[in-house]
Write a protein that binds this ligand. Sequence first.
Ligand code: NAD
Length: 475
Amino acid sequence: MYAQYPLKFYIGGNWVAPTSDAVIPVENPATGAEIAQVALGTETDVNAAVSAALKAQKSFRQTTPADRKDLLLRILSIYETRAADVSKAIRDELGAPYDLAYGAQTGVALGHLRAFADAIDQLDFEHNLPNGSSVIKEPIGVVGLITPWNWPIHQISLKVFAALAAGCCCVLKPSEVTPLNALVLAEILDEAGVPAGGFNLVNGDGQTTGAALARHPKVAMMSFTGSTAGGMAVAQESAKSIKKVALELGGKSPCLIFADADLDAAMKSTLSKVFGNSGQNCNAPTRILVERPIYEKAKQTASEIAATFVVGDPQKRGNHIGPVANARQWHHIQSLIQSGLDQGANLLIGGPGKPDGLENGHYVQPTVFADVTADMDIVTTEIFGPVVVMSPFDTEDEAVNFANDTDYGLAAFVHSADKGRVDRLTRQLEAGMVFSNGADISYGSPFGGCKKSGYGREGGVYGIEEFQAAKLVSC
Ligand code: NAD
């Protein structure tokens, strides 16, 4: 048992029965076995959750920022006592290996909670303008939150805790692939004393449950993380009632490695960002562009480093990679690997099929393709698995053009010893986030993209501001 009431929804501070018998099976991707079932929320269930949130919103919007900071800190202390339950759920429903599930996958929520609590102190909830008027930053209203499965509690934390920090009551529809950790979180929020209706959870799929939330005329804003196709559908539904929409979508992030970089360190950092979490990282540097003088050496280094990544059972301790989340994802990755071979890419390591001895789960071999061209499917399409592509460039301009030649704009990575060049490129790359020489994102920084990666910002002050509306006061 992962959570007390897997077949119920958390609405208005109570665990309530769904209005339909429809269920969604939850699978362990390492074995293919069904480990639980959750209820599939109907439009009626979503309406009940929105009604509860609207009722609670009247008083929750009156709470002070200090009240809400205390609430986040209470959630933090209860979360610490339930962290092992969240980890177990993430290990078994996502297939995240033990050390990852019990480490970063669960721990991120604590980092986000601390960063949002600090951000409350940094925010001006009211301020005067030089023209004599003033502005109140109010909670936007009841918000609908839809999340994916790849870093499940991370994405839920970025939305739920930011909404509560801003003073917004919310309805969460987590991914149907990883709903169990969200049920544990609902128990945590209940124990922490989130007011009844402040947080509501309805499980279900995108087409039925997610669409009903996006369509609801009284939901003031939708915050969505997931595929570009899902984001477009939510934005279209939301447009009918002129809702604000924040979108965090897919990516195909470039990584520029110059001849003056520490090649070994650059490749280790890049491949661990791509292969970690079985390649299911939206901001992963999956398109490696290498300056020509070191390109052949880079191919050899990439092959050697990729060979050190081990794939294995999530139940075991260690730094290995687990399976990908489900059969649909596995087939998507396999068909792209096959397309790489068919379209003439040079396979350096990995390839189609499962690693030896791991035939039961949805396991993928860490794969590196080199000598790719801009028109290949493995270069243009988000693979969302442990697959990376490499190609050479001759000039800085050419590197920037290759990097920006994508529909996506989530992250970009630069490796160079020349600080002037790093600064120059940072301003030219079309991405919401630029990381240089192996740097990573810190709690409280704004996470988000541009182009078809969406335009929302999550984390810290920027994440709370997404859920606020500015009210002009002129007297
Ligand atoms: P997905 O779009 O299939 O599903 C994401 C969520 O949206 C799920 O809860 C799903 O039920 C819901 N959904 C799907 N269609 C919907 C619809 N028509 N209306 C309402 N809700 C709908 O994505 P996924 O497969 O769960 O996640 C992988 C994708 O998420 C990748 O593209 C990845 O890059 C992206 N992602 C982006 C970020 C980011 O911050 N930019 C972070 C993580 C994942």
